[in-house]
Design a protein around this ligand. Structure first.
Ligand code: ADP
Length: 421
């Protein structure tokens, strides 16, 4: 049996979030970092290709997205989901419209369904308008987003400005009336030359109906909500192989935790970890003045690893971070510390470490890129939204947890190591 669902995700964390949602809802899922060349992948229901294409030039986003979709269609994917942010992050130039247009041309889909709802996170769509909690998108904090300020909640208009073909609306009433009613509306829109349709959903019940329609089409666009709808539809019609074939644990060997996140949750998790493992605060000033802090940390970990897991953390409270940033520059400090964490991870892996728990979104990205990891099978959930990840393909088998910002409970590090055993 071949691949059912191919997902093109426009950023890394969104990709993990969606891969986790698919797995939780019954699809065996692999997440890849870009399109992995010559990688032997196991049979799964879904592949999620993580790109960094949300805020790049539209032409580059189109090229990367079409490459990823073509690769998954070549592996048998019947349906392509273009995973975007649940707050529809984009500008009048794109990239949601241009990428959707290109994927519609590739798949030959006439009226692709578009719905960014994620009811669990209070993102809903009504009459084509996106709400964040009880506010329309243009009154939510997204109006001040540094890269993609959202000044219009009417997604028919927003997507219309970015698209070559007209954008239609399939309203809540039509959705609530069921699959046939949506199909009839799609046919009308198709006869009007509409290329995509914003479709309303305010609860998972609508997303399930949308999923049942979408599995019969070749392209949809949305966030984790539509992914849940698609996954449940594949399970309901008996086509999903399911998570039985999903990742198993049993990696074993030494384990290292690295924390670069300075979020309040991570700082509390580091405090808790002190009760169960040695914790080394990385000397950030020394890292930034090109001292030997990284080498010292490697030696420190090397001595302790035979007795159990260790945690190395650059994390600091807001005042300290502010001081460091004003002295060294926000970007320079951030990148240099991420690079130090990536170097630490690389040195640990060279010393036989196969279990890594990383706190921090950017920090995780830096580590994954440095280690050259290409694909993960999504394993059990450690905390809501944070799955255990198991490498597939070349290289030694590794288990990882990659957590951004405020995710996870107080015992996150110990919890992660229990699951990635
Ligand atoms: P989060 O998921 O919490 O946003 P990230 O890893 O994405 O975490 O971002 C944290 C950023 O803060 C990274 O760029 C990291 O290098 C940087 N950082 C980590 N420790 C410090 C510190 N002590 N001072 C300044 N910046 C830091």
């Amino acid at each position: 049996m071949s691949l059912l669902l191919g997902v093109v995700a426009d950023d890394y964390t969104g990709a993990s979030d969606l891969a986790n949602a698919l797995t939780r809802n019954g699809l065996s899922t692999i997440q890849t970092i870009g399109v992995p060349a010559d990688l032997d992948l196991p049979e799964v229901d879904a592949i999620v290709v993580a790109l960094k294409s949300r805020s790049i030039e539209p032409a580059a986003a189109v090229e990367k997205s079409v490459d990823a979709a073509s690769w998954m269609r070549g592996r048998g994917a019947e349906h392509i989901l273009f995973k975007i942010c649940s707050t529809f992050d984009s500008t009048d130039q794109g990239n949601i419209g241009p990428v959707t247009d290109a994927l519609a041309a590739l798949t030959g889909e006439s009226v692709a369904l578009v719905n960014p709802s994620f009811p669990e996170n209070k993102r809903t769509v009504y009459q084509g308008h996106l709400f964040v909690g009880d506010r329309p998108l243009n009154e939510s904090p997204l109006k001040d987003h540094p890269l993609n300020p959202m000044h219009d909640a009417d997604l028919v208009r927003v997507l219309g400005r970015q698209s070559r073909r007209p954008v239609g609306l399939i309203d809540l009433q039509t959705v609530a009336a069921g699959k046939d009613s949506i199909e009839r509306r799609r046919a009308v829109l198709a006869s009007q030359g509409v290329g995509t349709a914003i479709i309303d959903a305010i609860t998972e019940a609508e997303l399930e109906i949308i999923g049942r329609v979408a599995v019969g089409t070749r392209l949809s666009v949305g966030a984790s909500g539509i992914g849940i709808g698609l996954a449940r539809a594949y399970v309901a019609d008996g086509r999903a192989k399911g998570t039985k074939s999903a990742a198993s644990t049993g990696i074993g060997g030494p384990a290292v935790c690295l924390a670069g996140s300075c979020s309040r949750a991570t700082l509390a998790q580091i405090e808790e970890a002190k009760a169960v493992m040695p914790v080394l605060p990385l000397d950030v000033e020394d890292v930034l003045s090109l001292g030997s802090a990284v080498e010292k940390a490697i030696a420190w970990a090397g001595e302790r690893l035979p007795s159990g897991p260790v945690l190395i953390a650059s994390s600091a409270d807001a005042d300290t971070v502010g001081r460091i940033q004003s002295r060294h520059g926000r970007e320079r400090a951030g990148h240099a510390i991420e690079a130090a964490m990536a170097a630490l991870a690389e040195a640990m892996v060279a010393r036989g470490v196969r279990r890594l728990v990383i706190a921090g979104g950017e920090t995780s990205g830096a580590v994954v890129d440095r280690l050259g990891l290409k694909a993960f099978l999504i394993g059990p959930e450690i905390a809501p939204g944070v799955p255990a990840l198991f490498t597939v393909g070349d290289g030694p088998a590794m288990g990882l947890a990659l957590k951004s910002g405020n995710f996870g409970g107080p015992n996150f590090f110990a919890d992660a190591l229990k699951i990635i055993a």
